[in-house]
Ligand binder design. Structure first.
Ligand code: PLP
Length: 382
C-alpha cells in the first residue's frame, strides 16, 4: 500500500520509535509491580517518581502534584466532578469544550449546580466579555480548555483565571490542556490554574495514559478507590509501560528539540494555508492563525460535506479529520456555535500535522482537494 499522508494528529499521533522501544523494554524486562518490595520493583517505583518529575518539569508544575490517569477524559472527569466543595452554586464551562468536559455538565446539573456555557467566537475562542458577564461570587468551578481541539484557537487562560478569582476567590479553575500540551509552551504556575489535564497519545506516546496537575493547596477527591496508588488519588496498579513511554515522549517532544519541531510544523501549516488560499475559491479559515497551536488548520469548504470530502481524500491516501471524530452530536453542537453560513457550515475539515509530515506533501494534498471539490460540487444545487 502507498504511504498514507496522515493529517489527523489532533485525533491521535503515531508513537515515536523511542517510545515504542521504552514500552517494549518495560513490558519485557520491567514488568514488576512497583508496589512490591523486592529490588527490581523498588526500581520501578523510583522510575515512576522520575517520570512524574519529568512531566512536572515540562509543565512547570513547581510544588504542585501530578497524578497519572488513563488520559484526558479521566483527568477532565476527575477535575470537574471531584473538586467542588460546596453543595450548590454556579459552574462555567467553555462553549466549545471536548465531550469529556461537556458530558460532565449533565451530571453537575443533576447534582443541583447551575451550569452555564461561556460563548465562543467564530474561531472557537472564548469571548472574554461574555465570560466576564457570567461571573459572580457564586461561581464554584470554571473549566475552559487551553487550546481548542476543533480550531486550535488558544484561550488566554491566565487572564480568565485572573478574572474568575477577582470575582470569586474560592472558585476552582480547571483547564483541559490536552491540545496545548506539547504544542505550545505550557507553564501551569504562570497560568495560575488549579487543575490542568494532559493526555499522552497526542504527543506520540501510548493511548490510555495522561494525567492531572493539581496546584499545591487544592484538594480533590479520588474517583477510584482501592490500593492507594498515586498518593491515594487513583488506585489501581500503575500502567508502568505506558508511563515509561509517556516519559520518553515528554523528553523527546517537549524537553529536547521543541523549537525545531514547532518551526517545522508551523512552516507546514503556513504553506498549506497559502496553497489552499491561492488554489481554492471561497474557503473560510476557521483557525485563528495568529492565536493558535501550530499543528491545526481548520477550514470550511463551500457546498460540500466534510465527511464526503474526507472519504474522497482517503482514496488518495490522505487522512484528515472533521473535528470531532468521536461524536456526531458534539460536531453539530460545535458547528452551530461557529456561526458559519449555510453553504460552509457542513464543509469543515481539520488538518492537523506533526513533525512526521513533510512539507513536500502539501502540493499533492491541495491538488487532490481541488480535483475532488471540482467533482463533488459540479452537481450542487444552490
Ligand atoms: N480533551 C481534548 C481537548 C481532546 O482533544 C481529547 C481527545 O481528543 C480529550 C480531552 C480526551 O483525551 P483522551 O483521549 O486521552 O481521553
Amino acid at each position: 500500500m502507498e504511504k498514507l499522508i496522515y493529517l489527523d494528529n489532533a485525533a491521535t499521533t503515531k508513537p515515536l520509535d523511542g517510545v515504542i522501544e521504552t514500552v517494549e523494554r518495560a513490558m519485557r524486562e520491567e514488568f514488576y509491580n512497583p508496589s512490591a518490595l523486592y529490588d527490581v520493583a523498588v526500581k520501578n517505583s523510583a522510575f515512576l517518581r522520575k517520570a512524574r518529575e519529568t512531566v512536572k518539569t515540562a509543565i512547570h508544575a513547581g510544588d504542585g502534584e501530578f497524578y497519572f490517569t488513563s488520559g484526558g477524559t479521566e483527568s477532565n472527569n476527575l477535575a470537574i466532578l471531584r473538586s467542588i466543595k460546596q453543595k450548590s452554586g454556579k459552574v462555567i464551562l467553555g462553549g466549545g469544550e471536548h465531550d469529556s468536559v461537556y458530558a460532565c455538565a449533565n451530571e453537575l446539573k443533576e447534582r443541583g449546580y447551575e451550569v452555564l456555557f461561556a460563548p465562543i467566537d467564530s474561531h472557537g475562542v472564548i469571548d472574554v466579555d461574555a465570560f466576564k458577564n457570567l461571573l459572580d461570587e457564586n461561581v464554584r468551578l470554571v473549566s475552559i480548555m487551553h487550546a481548542s481541539n476543533e480550531t486550535g484557537g488558544i484561550n488566554d487562560v491566565e487572564n480568565l483565571v485572573k478574572l474568575t478569582k477577582r470575582v470569586s476567590k474560592s472558585a476552582i479553575f480547571h483547564s483541559d490542556g490536552v491540545q496545548a500540551f506539547g504544542k505550545i509552551p505550557v507553564n501551569v504556575t504562570k497560568l495560575n490554574v488549579d487543575l490542568y489535564s494532559v493526555s499522552a497519545h497526542k504527543i506520540h506516546a501510548p493511548k490510555g495514559i495522561g494525567g492531572l496537575y493539581v496546584k499545591k493547596g487544592v484538594t480533590i477527591k479520588p474517583m477510584l478507590l482501592g490500593g492507594g496508588q498515586e498518593k491515594g488519588m487513583r488506585s489501581g496498579t500503575e500502567n508502568f509501560p505506558s508511563i515509561a513511554g509517556f516519559k520518553t515522549a515528554v523528553e523527546e517532544e517537549i524537553l529536547h528539540g521543541f523549537n525545531e519541531k514547532y518551526s517545522k510544523i508551523l512552516q507546514y501549516r503556513e504553506y498549506l494555508y497559502e496553497k489552499l488560499q491561492g488554489s481554492i475559491d471561497d474557503i473560510q479559515i476557521i483557525t485563528p492563525m495568529e492565536n493558535s497551536v501550530p499543528n491545526i488548520l481548520t477550514v470550511a469548504f463551500k457546498d460540500v460535506r466534510g465527511e464526503v470530502l474526507l472519504h474522497s481524500l482517503e482514496k488518495h491516501g490522505i487522512l484528515v479529520g472533521i473535528g470531532s471524530a468521536c461524536s456526531s452530536h458534539h460536531e453539530s453542537r460545535f458547528k452551530s456555535l461557529l456561526g458559519l453560513d449555510d453553504r460552509h457550515k457542513d464543509g469543515i475539515i481539520r488538518f492537523s500535522m506533526s513533525e512526521e509530515n513533510d512539507i513536500e506533501e502539501v502540493d499533492y494534498v491541495v491538488d487532490c482537494i481541488r480535483q475532488e471539490l471540482n467533482f463533488l460540487t459540479k452537481f450542487t444545487r444552490i
